[in-house]
Structure formats: structure tokens, C-alpha cells
Design a protein around this ligand. Sequence first.
Ligand code: CP
Length: 301
Amino acid sequence: MQHLISMRDLQSSDILKLVSLAEKIEKGKTKPDLSGKILAALFFEPSTRTQLSFETAMKNLGGEVISVVGTASTSITKGETLADTAIVIAQYANAIVMRHSAEGSARYIADLINIPVINAGDGSNQHPSQSLLDVYSIIKTQGRLDNLKIGLVGDLKYGRTVHSLIYAMASFKPTFYFVAPNSLKMPPHFTSELKKMGVKFREHEFIEDVIKDLDILYVTRIQRERFPEIQEYDRVKNIYMITAKMLEKVKPNLKILHPLPRVNEINKDVDETPYAYYFTQAKNGVFMREAILATLLGGKK
Ligand code: CP
């Protein structure tokens, strides 16, 4: 693995190796050493978890972090291109993690520089480190990855986490249940690829129609920042809310995941149920991001 740009680029063996390393790191069986290495964290769009968990992961392994948040404090405001910015930062750091609104931006800079690039989210396209921590969370809660029934709920049109996760899980024989209003359905280029890969999926409009069958319920925020018109966002913003009452007849092994932040799609009363896993999922991000950094930067044990 030279970069981490899209889940399309990883084989199931790559995913399993990262999961295994994350598990060893979490259990204290190994501690890769990234001392002397510098990670440049470029977050041109807002982030809490991805940025801070990458910084925590790098520091836990003995490395250092330099960061940029937004474009206002950079020379991009003077007209410098993203390409020149990346080429220069590659002289200072051993790896770049970047979040940017433009789809394809991470691949674009990875082709220009000779240090590893981690895509921390490129528009609505991909968020592979999120999917890897999601896979780690799934195996920790279910004890397996194969043959799971996975419901993906909410903004399946603009949500990059679901676009990544379907590729991350595709080779583990899942059945996906896509639950979205008509205007936010999984885009056809993803569903046609799933068909070509022989991955089973069904499309629904109501959570109640599927919730009793699921092993994983993956809830997503409606991505307000991606809507061309705010009126369309207002029409769908409160369309789904999971409540504790809706969980009365679910399978005992069900776990609810959410990449966070949540707005109002999971009611607070769900937090107290045994199905809520989203805060532990966020914690798992540190172990998985340590595994990703160690893999890309060749950290010694
Ligand atoms: N899950 C996730 O990407 O969260 P942040 O936007 O806070 O990084």
C-alpha cells in the first residue's frame, strides 16, 4: 500500500491485515515506532474525529504532526494552487492526510508527490480510513465480517462514508439494505458496480421495513453542505430518526454505527441501549489510524 485514496484500491487481504494490526495495537501486543516521522494534516473542510484521531494516532506512535485547517491561513488565499501547495508540503513531511471538498483531489495530489497520501474525505466520493475503522468496529462487534446484513440509512447520495463502506465490505458477501428517500438514493454508478461484483442489495424507504433483519445499522447524517439548494435539504433533513422504541424487536447482536457527527438522526435515548456503538466506533478510529500510518510509513515494532 503506497497511498490510501479509495476503498476500491484495497483487496480483502489488505483490509484484513490492517484489521489485524489495529487489533494488535489496541491489545498492546505491538507498538509501531514512527519517531522522526512527520504527518502533514491538511483539513480544508471541517473535521473533529478524523483530524484529531489521526493526530492522536501519530503522536501515540512517537511521530509529529504539522497542520493546516481551512484555506484562510494558507497561501492558497494568495492564489497558490493545490498542486503547488502539496508539492511544497511534501518537502516538509513524510506523509499527508488531506480532506478537501473536490472529488478526486486526494488522487490528484498523490500523483504529483512521492510521499504517502491518505484521503480523509474528498467531497462525496470516498473516506477510506473511516471505512477501515467501520470494518474494525464490525468485526469487533459481530466476531466476523462474512454474510452480514447491513442497513445503510440516510443520505446515500452525498455520504462519502457509505460510498466507501460498500467497497470495504463487498468481498465479505454482505446483503446491503439501502434506506433513503427517493432524492437521496444510492447513485446508480454504485449500484451498477455492486451488481457487476455480485453483491446483494435491496432498496427501501422506511427503516421499519428492515430493522428486525439487520446485524449492523449504519446511520448517516443528511449532508447539508452538499445540497445545491437549501430548500431541498429542508425537505429531507428530519426524514429519519432512530429511537429506542424502534429497537424493541431487533436482533440481539444488532449494533448501530454512525460515522458522526449526528445531528438528529439518532435520538439520545438510543445511547443507553446495548445497540449503540457509535462512540466506541469513534475510539476505534485511533487504533485503525495507527495501523494505517504504521503500514504507510513503515513503522518499526
Ligand atoms: N466521521 C468523520 O469523518 O467525522 P469528522 O467529520 O468529525 O472528521
